[in-house]
Design a protein around this ligand. Structure first.
Ligand code: SAH
Length: 221
């Protein structure tokens, strides 16, 4: 038995999700597979009950411990950039609520995800198993170091912002692999898209985005 209401909050959940998808499409999310998954994934179970009625607004929401579940548009955009070509094994840095993890798990063969705040992990795990997603491995740790034991990865997605490009993550990409990471201090960052090629790395800067900072070390709270 799951603790979650997977049917949605009353009858409005599917309708509000569909409305969100319309908005995402208008904003340039064109990958129909991603839009289909966003239309079916219950984002409200990734948010505390008190805020769940806002789950299908296109906005970041607090998940405790000073962290947020990312804005749906940003989740969709990063996922679209990551999966422009199919990626089998992907690493996510910053599990948070687990929503982005769930979307990746629907699109990729295997998802590994690292979170530095231990207290966020049990809920994320519970939600992902309520959705019967079994191709996910999670670890408590500092994502700056990546997860070399399981690398290299076809894709790496960082959902918090480091002040500078985390070099160790680049080394964990396969040739042909892609890293997506918001880089910068303060309130706004550049969304960087870095491809590993035979000859090195090719970087594109995509957009101005707003993320919580990627912090060093781990916390056992
Ligand atoms: N993808 C998540 C985003 C959560 S916010 C979601 O949509 O729910 C970013 C997350 O990154 C937070 O949970 C934060 O604790 C985590 N984080 C920050 N620095 C980290 C680090 N160095 N290693 C791993 N996780 C980190």
């Amino acid at each position: 038995m799951s603790n979650f209401d997977l049917q949605g909050i009353g009858m409005t959940s599917q309708r509000t999700r569909d409305r969100l998808v319309v908005r995402l499409r208008e904003q340039g999310i064109v990958d129909e597979k991603i839009l289909r998954h966003i239309a079916s994934l219950p984002r409200h179970i990734f948010i505390d009950e008190a805020l769940a009625h806002r789950a299908y607004e296109d906005t970041a929401l607090p998940i405790g411990h000073n962290q947020t579940i990312s804005q749906p548009f940003i989740v969709a955009l990063m996922t679209q950039l990551l999966t422009e070509v199919p990626r089998k094994k992907v690493l996510e840095v910053g599990t948070g609520s687990g929503y982005q993890t769930a979307l990746l798990a629907r699109l990729c063969e295997r998802v590994l995800s690292i979170e530095r705040i231990k207290a966020l992990m049990p809920k994320a795990r519970e939600r992902l198993s309520a959705l019967s997603l079994r191709n996910i491995q999670m670890r408590h740790g500092d994502g700056y170091a990546g997860w070399p034991e399981h690398g290299p990865f076809d894709g790496i997605l960082v959902t918090a912002a480091p002040p500078e490009l985390p070099e160790q993550l680049l080394e964990q990409l396969v040739i042909g692999g892609r890293l997506i990471v918001p880089v910068g201090d303060g309130n706004e960052q550049d969304l960087r898209v870095i491809d590993r090629t035979e000859d090195g790395f090719v970087e594109n800067v995509h957009d101005r985005v707003k993320f919580v900072p990627l912090l060093g070390g781990v916390t056992h709270r």
